[in-house]
Design a protein around this ligand. Structure first.
Ligand SMILES: [Zn+2]
Ligand SMILES: [Zn+2]
Length: 406
């Protein structure tokens, strides 16, 4: 896939350039007038957080002038440059007509507006027999018309259905061979990884499936070995359940989800430990629907599993676990994570780009209506990061993790 390092920074002239907010540390200087303990909210933060804030403020003074541009008296960085970023997780909705060409054009327009250099397209994680089941074969010819703008992952409509279908304790040799053959074929066709695959997926509306298998299902372990062998990633949708749940939140209880849930994190950790060379991108960090995926949990699993990465989604989920707070600022616990695990985060917006010819009210169309909000959230997040973190999370981590080359 063609990606020019030198092409990632767009100079669009000073007059039309938006102004990155100077990073969170700059924001803190503006909002708190440089005094970390000047309101009641801040008085309640722990000593640990205070030390973090000092460290984050310190980053500002170590940012080189070429990275930060000028600084106003209010501490806001000004730059004439718009920096392009990579979105590692989007979907195209082609409908019954499989019109992925028009969906790709919708995506391109949005990408240009949001300074997205490249988007990684993948089929959603579909269960066996799902209406309109599709995989990468259906859209790659449309993507290839725009070299450098798209990459793809495959398996959401094939490998995922096989995983959901196969009983973990009865995997025949034939099933394993068929699975392995399909996985290898996906990579031969040029995929940068396997996705979107799920071990646990909540239904959020009618027509949106509930799916659940142990994350250490033998076919998951096999996929990890294949991914490790070829040095590619697995994009995993995993609605984590840290402890048994007797009553689901109303939003989940009203859809096709079970009434009770058993903890599933142990299987996930076994998958991560199974093959340390398998890079697993846990999708949708910052927007989990159950509320168990906290920043604290992220810290724990990132520390214990060096082959784990997270893609950030700025859409929905339990408010207290979101990356951005109600006023659009990065929550301190997430910012601390980004600083401590700088190489482990990427942006995966999970936007759905819908062909304009599609009429209907299915999940793809509904998610498509939310795409702009999600996109804006991703841009807001990047604009609030210090320049070096913006570069890493928005671009460099993805280039390294997915081995993007010219
Ligand atoms: Zn997902
Ligand atoms: Zn997705």
């Amino acid at each position: 896939m063609a990606l020019k390092e030198g092409a990632r920074v767009k100079d669009r002239g000073k007059s039309e350039a938006p102004r990155p907010q100077g990073g969170v540390e700059a924001h803190l200087l503006v909002k708190d007038k440089g005094l970390p303990f000047n309101n009641t909210k801040l008085q309640s933060i722990s000593l640990w957080h205070f030390l973090y804030r000092l460290a984050l403020i310190g980053i500002l003074f170590f940012v080189s002038p070429s990275q930060a541009g000028e600084s106003t008296p209010q501490g806001r960085a000004i730059t004439a440059q718009r920096i392009e970023w990579i979105d590692v997780h989007v979907h195209l909705v082609g409908g019954r007509m499989r019109d992925y060409e028009c969906a790709a054009q919708v995506a391109l327009k949005a990408m240009d507006e949001a300074d997205v250099r490249t988007s990684f397209v993948m089929p959603p994680p579909q269960p066996p027999g799902h209406p309109g089941l599709y995989d990468y074969e259906d859209f790659i010819s449309s993507l290839k018309r725009y070299p450098g703008r798209f990459a793809f992952l495959g398996g959401g409509g094939t490998l995922n259905t096989m995983i959901q279908k196969a009983a973990p304790d009865h995997i025949s040799k034939h099933t394993r061979r068929r699975f392995e053959k399909k996985a290898n074929e996906i990579l031969r066709r040029g995929a940068v990884g396997f996705g979107e695959i799920t071990a646990h997926h909540f239904s959020l509306m009618p027509g949106h499936p509930y799916e659940s298998v142990p994350a250490d299902h033998p076919l998951f372990l096999l996929l990890a070995d294949i991914a490790a062998h070829h040095g590619v990633v697995i994009d995993l949708h995993f609605d984590v359940v840290v402890e048994d749940v007797a009553h689901l939140p109303p939003k989940l209880a009203s859809q096709a989800n079970p009434s009770q849930l058993a903890a599933n994190i142990a299987g996930f950790e076994r998958l991560l430990a199974h093959n340390r060379k398998a890079k697993i991108v846990w999708a949708h960090a910052g927007s989990d629907m159950l509320g168990h995926w906290t920043a604290e949990l992220s810290r724990k699993v990132l520390r214990e599993h060096p082959n784990l990465f997270m893609s950030l989604r700025m859409g929905g989920g339990v408010p207290s676990n979101r990356v951005l707070d109600e006023s659009g600022e990065v929550r301190i616990e997430w910012l601390a994570l980004f600083c401590d695990f700088q190489d482990r985060f990427v942006i995966g917006s999970d936007q759905f780009f819908v062909s304009p010819d599609i009429q209907g009210s299915g999940p793809g169309t509904v998610f498509g209506q939310r795409a702009e909000r999600v996109r804006e959230g991703s841009k807001t997040l990047l604009s609030k990061l210090p320049p070096d973190l913006y570069q890493k999370i928005g671009y460099e981590n993805t280039v390294r993790l997915y081995k993007l080359k010219e």
